[in-house]
Ligand binder design. Structure first.
Ligand code: DQA
Length: 167
């Protein structure tokens, strides 16, 4: 969880140490159709299922000593609600917004409002594909974007998010 203290606050050293030592929590979100990974256009998205990707994410999380919750939704509203609630529980977000990347101002606004670091990831290189995939509404709200590395996009995204919330 993000901690914001007014400038005049005197922070107890013990409490500060406790906050710093607390395991960071990262929310990994996947957008529409990513539940179909493994059988959806494997020539573009590979043969790993979302469960298999999530297993790799969890094993890297252990290595990085962070906690990860992974969720997927086909619904824009549900993703927006999860992003809105994220600062109550999480220190950073890794998000593959899937097709909402190219359409959702609502998701971008939610990420901006959440005010915790967000890393945008894509399995495919969205700049080498159809013209309409070259624009991301999310990019302007994210700290950065990783695209084109398959499952590694998520793992690199998790490393970036862990570094951001431990910085
Ligand atoms: C994607 C790229 C998007 O353009 C597409 O709509 C997706 C997946 C990716 O991970 O490469 O569903 O986000």
């Amino acid at each position: 969880m993000g901690h914001v203290f007014p400038p005049e606050t005197v922070i107890d050293e013990g409490i500060l140490r406790e906050v710093m030592a607390k395991k960071k929590k990262i929310l990994v979100l996947n957008g529409p159709n990513l539940n179909l990974l493994g059988k959806r256009q494997p020539e573009i998205y590979g043969r790993l299922t979302l469960d298999e990707i999530n297993k790799q994410i969890q094993s890297l999380a252990k290595e990085l000593d962070v906690e990860v919750a992974a969720r997927q939704s086909n619904s824009e509203g549900e993703l927006v609600s999860w992003v809105q609630d994220a600062p109550n529980e999480f220190d950073a977000i890794v998000i593959n917004p899937a097709a909402y990347t190219h359409s959702s101002i609502a998701l971008r606004d939610a990420i901006t409002a959440a005010a915790i670091p967000a890393v945008e990831v894509h399995i495919s290189n969205i700049y080498r594909r159809e013209e309409f995939r070259r624009h991301s509404y999310i990019a302007g709200a994210a700290v950065g974007q990783i695209a084109g590395f398959g499952v590694q996009s998520y793992l690199l995204g998790l490393r970036a998010a862990a570094a951001l919330c431990n910085a």
